[in-house]
Ligand binder design. Structure first.
Ligand code: URA
Length: 253
C-alpha cells in the first residue's frame, strides 16, 4: 500500500479515520490524543514537521497530525491526508487576538479567514472565499459550550508571516513595510478577531477538494495589551483546545 511521501502514512495506517485534527506543533500531537477516551496508537509516523497519532473517542477513530507552521506545510499534509481518505480537517492552534473584548484563554472558532498568504492562490483565485464548513463550526461551538469554555466565532486573519504580516515591531529590524503598517487596527475596525497562520489555506483547499474543515484556536495573547504570551496561559489553552477538538471530531458524520 502506498505511503504518502511527506506524512509517511498509508491508508492502512489510519484505519479508516475520516477526521484529522491538525495542530501546528508536533509537541501537541500526544497532548491532543491523550484527551480521547478510547485506545491510542502513539507515534504512527514522524517525518519532518509531520508527527501523527491515532486515537478513538466515543468509538470514532480520530487521526492527529501536526502540520508545522504556515500554509505551505499545511497544504502538503492536507493533500496527502485527502489522498488517504480523510474528509474532515480541524485545525487546532494558538492565536493572537486583536479585539479588546477577547481574553487570553478564550477559544476562537473561525467562520471565515482573510487570505493574507500565497498558498491558497495556488488552488483558487483570491476572489474565492476562505470559509469554514458549517458542520465543523457547529460541532466546535457545541463542544466549547459543553465544556463551558468561553468562545468567540468570526473572521480570522491568516498571515504568511508572524512578524510583518501581523504588524509586529519586536522583530530583527523593527521595520514593517508600508502595506502592513496600520493593518492591525484596520483589521480590528473591520471586525476580524485574531491572527494565525494556516486557516485560509485549509478552508480554500478543502472547499475545492469538496471536503470539510474548520479551525479552533486558543488565545495566547491579546495584541491590544501585550506581545508576550504567558506560559501558564499556553498550558491552559492547550488543554482546552484538545478537549474541544476531540469532542467535536467525535460528533462528525
Ligand atoms: N500565532 C500567530 O500566528 N500569532 C499570534 O499572535 C499567536 C500565535
Amino acid at each position: 500500500m502506498k505511503t504518502a511521501y511527506h506524512i509517511k502514512l498509508s491508508a492502512k495506517d489510519i484505519s479508516g479515520a475520516k477526521t484529522a485534527l491538525l495542530p501546528g506543533d508536533p509537541g501537541r500531537v500526544e497532548k491532543i490524543a491523550k484527551t480521547s477516551q478510547g485506545k491510542k496508537i502513539w507515534n504512527l509516523s514522524f517525518n519532518r514537521e509531520y508527527k501523527s497519532a491515532l486515537c478513538e473517542h466515543l468509538d470514532k477513530p480520530i487521526l492527529v497530525v501536526s502540520t508545522g507552521i504556515g500554509c505551505p506545510s499545511l497544504a502538503i499534509a492536507v493533500e496527502e491526508l485527502a489522498q488517504l481518505g480523510v474528509e474532515n480537517f480541524i485545525r487546532v492552534g494558538t492565536t493572537g487576538a486583536i479585539q479588546t473584548r477577547i481574553k487570553p484563554g478564550d477559544m476562537i472558532i473561525t467562520t471565515a479567514a482573510v487570505r493574507l498568504e500565497g498558498t491558497s492562490e495556488h488552488y483558487a483565485p483570491l476572489a474565492f472565499p476562505a470559509v469554514a464548513s458549517y458542520e465543523i463550526v457547529t460541532a466546535l461551538v457545541e463542544a466549547a459550550k459543553k465544556m463551558k469554555f468561553s468562545y468567540h466565532t468570526g473572521i480570522t486573519v491568516t498571515s504568511d508571516t508572524f512578524y510583518p504580516g501581523q504588524e509586529r515591531y519586536d522583530s530583527f529590524t523593527g521595520h514593517v513595510i508600508r502595506e502592513y503598517r496600520g493593518s492591525l487596527s484596520e483589521w480590528r475596525k473591520l471586525g476580524a478577531l485574531n491572527y494565525e497562520m494556516e486557516s485560509s489555506a485549509l478552508f480554500v483547499i478543502t472547499s475545492v477538494f469538496g471536503l470539510k474543515s474548520g479551525t479552533v484556536c486558543g488565545v495566547i495573547v491579546n495584541r491590544a495589551k501585550t506581545e508576550k504570551p504567558d506560559d501558564k496561559i499556553i498550558q491552559r489553552v492547550e488543554m482546552r483546545l484538545a478537549k474541544v477538538a476531540v469532542e467535536a471530531a467525535s460528533k462528525l458524520k
